[in-house]
Design a protein around this ligand. Sequence first.
Ligand SMILES: O=c1ccn([C@@H]2O[C@H](COP(=O)(O)O)[C@@H](O)[C@H]2O)c(=O)[nH]1
Length: 237
Amino acid sequence: MQPSIYLALDVRSVEEARYFLENHHLEGVPVKVGMQLFYSEGHRIIDYLKRKHHPIFLDLKLHDIPNTVYEAMRQLALYEPSIVNIHAAGGSRMIEAAKEALIAENSQSQLLAVTQLTSTDETMLESELLIQKSMAETVQHYAHISQESGADGVVCSVHEVPLIKQYCGLDFKTLTPGIRLANGAHHDQTRVATPRKANEVGSDMIVVGRAVTQADEPKQIYQSIVKEWSYASANNS
Ligand SMILES: O=c1ccn([C@@H]2O[C@H](COP(=O)(O)O)[C@@H](O)[C@H]2O)c(=O)[nH]1
């Protein structure tokens, strides 16, 4: 079965990642490797995590001209991550190029497209990105072009999941970062929600970073998140 909770390993090195995972007994949990760790370590971190049997979401959010994304995605496919992603804002031709690259490498990786970052709010959408539509309309539109272009799903906030499921169908995956336990610090995120809410509205996967990595007792918080998610799952079925 596909993992549903990815731990964002936003640390600087393989050593730091290893220390965190081993010290807090999180061996084998599904992890998300983002720009910070991949840019500093490259294949070393992937090799390490694969050796330790961690399912990997390689969160590099490719966004470039179609040919560059095609060639870059072929390289990323060689790492055999469970999930890779791109920015939907790159447009349909770019998303298609990413998908074609995965097919060319016979990759099993799921391709997800980032709709609008969970740090973006309505004000920023309008005044900085000059997008005149609401967040819901924008995310729905990006999900639509992503689906039409061959993506397996999208990255969005929990708040847009019902709309996407209604519009794109239940099989179209939603992965939601911006996850916080009730009363947890939001940091730089604006569109946040609890693991329970994420599950209740039909999110397929969540990403949890600082709520765990910056906690005094990371393992305990991780377990609370798993428990909330599982509790909601049991009550949804
Ligand atoms: O819209 C997005 C897309 C990706 N992310 C990534 O998820 C984690 C979230 O970390 P927290 O510490 O739980 O806030 C982080 O690595 C982001 O790069 C996102 O937050 N929003």
